[in-house]
Design a binder for this molecule. Structure first.
Ligand code: GTP
Ligand code: MG
Length: 254
């Protein structure tokens, strides 16, 4: 069974289409994926996020809604991963920005021995359609440089699509402390330190309007979280960087 965690904050507009597409995709790939279940993690949404999620609950794709008392994407993903019990778990964003073929691609990598497969918008074969403003692009480049020092060799730490062996996800989620958007970096630092085999795969990524990441509101916090992660994880061993083709690292991240 595959359990998919979707953190959702005020996603009444974007979530229904994502769940519809997911249901269609899962139905088409039932033979490979087997049973699939969605856990939507909502915290303090002020719109109808929980209602639209419950309305999408079907036999073809069961959808459960979890509440998370702590605010932030990181806190929500952590709560979602800890609520899983499947052998294969994943998290993805409510906006459906990552093409769903990544699920089968990730599954193939798991069969080849990966413990964790992370979507990347920064590999040569990634297809991305970025439409971020200039301020955000400059901020994203600086962020990538700093994040890259914490997890060398990973081209895109921030893509909202990551797949795990269930036991690995739950083990690392227990330790996660970053509540905001930088939690992916802490996750990757801890996975590295635990010796997990992390494989980055190219994804197709489409910018979906309505982002909950507002650079003026969340940008500074994301950088501050990186500093805290560096401090907290300073004692963890960092195994050798994974090999990523040099020409591949071109974009990605906040
Ligand atoms: N539960 C919960 N989910 C959140 C919170 N903040 C963001 N999210 C979710 O995190 C996911 C990613 O957020 P997006 O709004 O797509 O932002 P992003 O992908 O980081 O940035 P873009 O590149 O602009 O899409 C979405 O599913 C959001 O609903 C939060 O505080 N709580
Ligand atoms: Mg997004």
């Amino acid at each position: 069974m595959l359990q998919i965690v979707i953190p959702a904050y005020n996603e009444e507009r974007r979530l229904p289409r994502t769940l519809r597409e997911l249901r269609r995709h899962v139905t088409e790939h039932r033979g490979v994926l087997g049973r699939v279940e969605v856990l939507v993690v909502d915290n303090a949404s002020t719109d109808r996020t929980a209602e639209v999620a419950r309305a999408a609950d079907t036999a073809a794709l069961p959808v459960r809604v979890l509440r998370c008392a702590r605010r932030g994407k990181g806190a929500a993903v952590r709560a979602g991963l800890l609520a899983t019990d499947a052998d294969l778990v994943c998290f993805m964003d409510a906006d459906g920005a990552t093409g769903l073929d990544a699920i089968e691609a990730a599954w193939r990598q798991m069969l080849l021995g990966a413990d964790v497969v992370i979507g990347s918008r920064a590999l040569a074969a990634s297809e991305t359609e970025a439409r971020h403003c200039r301020t955000r692009s400059v901020g994203a480049a600086a962020y990538r440089r700093l994040a890259g020092r914490l997890v060398p060799g990973i081209a895109d730490t921030q893509c909202g699509f990551k797949v795990f062996r269930g036991s690995v996800a739950r083990q690392v989620a227990r330790r996660l402390q970053t509540p905001g958007f930088s939690f992916d970096v802490e996750l990757l630092v801890r996975l590295r330190a635990a010796g997990a085999h992390v494989q980055e795969i190219p994804v197709t990524w489409t910018d979906v309007p309505g982002s909950t990441f507002v650079p003026s509101r969340h940008g500074a916090g994301a950088f501050a979280e990186l500093a805290r992660i560096a401090w907290r994880c300073r004692a963890l061993d960092r195994p050798a960087p994974v090999a990523v083709p040099a020409a591949a690292a071109i974009a990605g991240g906040h």
